[in-house]
Ligand binder design. Structure first.
Ligand SMILES: Nc1ncnc2c1ncn2[C@@H]1O[C@H](COP(=O)(O)OP(=O)(O)OP(=O)(O)O)[C@@H](O)[C@H]1O
Length: 333
């Protein structure tokens, strides 16, 4: 069984805690975002550093601390990473950083360092976010005491669960749900996925629901429709769709959001997520109107005899810029 959290705290009495701020970091494929957390539990002095500029999290954290100069050295740390967390050795999926949690704790002089998967940090934020941090996309009320499913396209497709324990607490569960097999739910999806199956050994959800996934979908759709691709990057596909200048780009985004609906519906069924589904990641909040107009909700609910079950489940899109910081802050106060 994979532990959702890796915490190292050699000084059992924790006497040094509380002296300095907490140090938190969201370490992704491209960026490492750092912040400090005071006794009020609020993140401040956030900075974004390029991972490529540093050999690892220790060097990046030192550079961050040298810049913001906290009045006292941090004594507790909580980092989230875009990769599975299975023990002391951490290897980022989309960048070359490899590090030991214990060696990093020692090098930074921390009393305690907790390292979690990035979607675990996102999931931990869900109960702490306010209505101003999210918009609702259909469904009824969240059922108290039932699991919440969290997923979101960015560089990859992150997936985690938040499971109530029955005593008022919740446990985050890291998953690799971004790598489930992507099914087709209509003829066009089947044609697009069939093309992608010629390129990829396994057409996972992440192959079509992520920044790179949008590019894959767009290229396959151009092939199906017999047109030359006019856009290269995900951001360019999105811009052309939003500007109303390219219907193929618009159809590619609709395809991606429809497929996200299928995967989110499957996840809700498999996890019993009557507490709701929360969508995070950097892509969906950029396209809120387009997302609402997309087949997302219809595909989410298109589960035959279980349509009513899905129709009752609320889906929220988180618009807070750094929800992972909210989850991490709770680990250092
Ligand atoms: N305007 C856009 N429309 C669609 N996709 C975009 C847009 N801008 C960036 N992307 C894609 O979004 C992905 C980055 O997602 P996001 O902003 O959530 O970062 P992230 O996954 O948190 O990154 P990191 O791994 O550095 O933490 C990249 O694949 C990028 O190509």
């Amino acid at each position: 069984m994979v532990p959702p959290l890796v915490t190292l705290a050699p000084s059992a009495d924790g006497t040094a805690a509380a002296a300095g701020p907490g140090l938190i970091a969201d370490i992704g494929g491209t960026n490492a975002r750092f912040a400090l957390v005071g006794p009020d539990g609020v993140a401040h002095d956030s900075r974004t550093l390029l991972c490529a500029d540093y050999e690892g999290p220790t060097a990046a954290a030192r550079a961050y601390l040298a810049e913001v100069r906290p009045p006292a050295a941090p004594v507790r740390g909580a980092f989230c990473v875009a990769c599975p967390v299975t023990g002391d050795a951490v290897a980022l999926t989309n960048n070359p950083w490899r590090f030991s949690v214990e060696a990093t704790r020692q090098a930074l002089g921390l009393d305690r360092l907790t390292v979690v998967n990035d979607f675990v940090a996102n999931a931990l934020a869900v109960p702490l976010l306010t209505d101003a941090d999210r918009v609702r996309v259909g469904g009824g009320a969240s059922v108290p005491g039932m699991p919440v499913a969290v997923l979101g396209p960015g560089t990859g497709l992150g997936v985690a669960l938040l499971v109530p324990t029955g005593d008022g607490r919740v446990v985050p569960v890291a998953t690799e749900g971004g790598h489930v097999t992507m099914p087709a739910t209509d003829a066009r999806e089947a044609a697009v996925l069939e093309r992608l199956a010629r390129r990829f050994d396994h057409v996972s959800a992440e192959r079509v629901i992520s920044g790179a996934g949008l590019v894959n979908l767009y290229q396959a759709l151009c092939g199906v429709e017999g047109v030359e691709p006019a856009a290269g990057e995900a951001a360019e596909i999105g811009r052309r769709a939003l500007d109303g200048e390219d219907d193929v780009c618009l159809r590619a985004l609709h395809l991606m959001f429809g497929m996200l609906g299928t995967v989110a519906g499957n996840l809700a069924l498999s996890s019993g997520a009557l507490g709701g589904v929360t969508i995070m990641g950097g892509i969906v909040p950029r396209y809120l109107d387009l997302f609402r107009a997309s087949p997302f909700r219809a595909k989410f609910e298109a589960k035959g005899r279980f349509r009513d079950y899905l129709a009752a489940i609320p889906v929220d899109v988180v618009t807070h810029r750094y929800p992972a910081f909210v989850g991490l802050a709770g680990l250092v106060v």
